[in-house]
Design a protein around this ligand. Structure first.
Ligand code: CTP
Length: 216
């Protein structure tokens, strides 16, 4: 199968030297890309800025902002069978990018932010994607309820939910512990393990669930 995977954070510029971003390392998405390639799939990885080496055998597209990731997904999604959205896309960006470096002045500075494009949320409605759609839900409370809500709202076939309030897993960690949330309220907890081992397990689940004979 041909898979599109988004990974890493996005960076939203404030001025020529500053940006808004988050702690995503990109490790989960890169591990998924490696595992999918190792399982014999064709992989296109759309990545925000990370310090990881490019996975071998994977087509890699670098982007910086949510807008660039949105455009890259829209361009490359046609022809893909499965899309996995593991990127930690900024939900807001500065409404105005200042063309010169902001100089210090008063004691406080107010930035006005505007919503970025909801990439995963556009896949069914705007991009008319009919393949197998996988999203991530990083939550600090009511994990399963929020994940099930995201599954329905964004038209996903699978949400991989992780509790980011626990230290040592999820954002910027080597390990992760997730629960698979499927349509109909079914959940499958996967034990805490390295992101590399978890990625292999996730790709096996996704291959099985997305195959035409899979029970829905
Ligand atoms: N995502 C995306 N584009 C965005 C924001 C998120 O594609 N602008 C994707 C992420 O890659 C992830 C999923 O959406 O797969 C969940 O992101 P999250 O920010 O948790 O979801 P939201 O619906 O924005 O919900 P919340 O209100 O919790 O922020």
């Amino acid at each position: 199968m041909r898979l599109l995977i988004t990974a890493g954070p996005t960076r939203e510029p404030i001025d020529p030297v500053r940006f808004l971003s988050n702690r995503s390392s990109g490790r989960m998405g890169y591990a998924l890309a490696e595992a999918a390639h190792a399982a014999g799939h064709e992989v296109l990885l759309i990545s925000g800025p990370v310090t990881l080496p490019p996975p071998s055998g994977v087509q890699l597209i670098h982007v910086e902002t949510a807008r660039e990731m949105f455009d890259a997904v829209r361009t490359h999604l046609p022809g893909c069978d499965t899309a996995i959205f593991s990127a930690a896309v900024a939900d807001y960006r500065p409404a105005h990018v200042i063309s010169q470096k902001i100089k210090k002045s008063a004691g406080t500075l107010t930035l006005q932010l505007e919503r970025t494009e909801d990439i995963l949320g556009s896949v069914r409605s705007q991009f008319a994607f009919h393949g197998f759609l996988v999203g991530f839900a990083a939550e600090t409370e009511n994990l399963i309820a929020h994940a099930q809500d995201k599954l329905t709202r964004k038209g996903c076939d699978l949400i991989i939910a992780n509790d980011v309030s626990q230290s040592g897993i999820g954002f910027d960690s080597l390990e992760n512990e997730v629960t698979l949330c499927l349509p109909g309220g079914q959940t499958v907890p996967l034990p805490r393990q390295s992101k590399t081992a978890l990625a292999r397990e996730l790709i096996a689940h996704i291959s099985r669930l997305s195959s035409p004979q899979a029970p829905k």
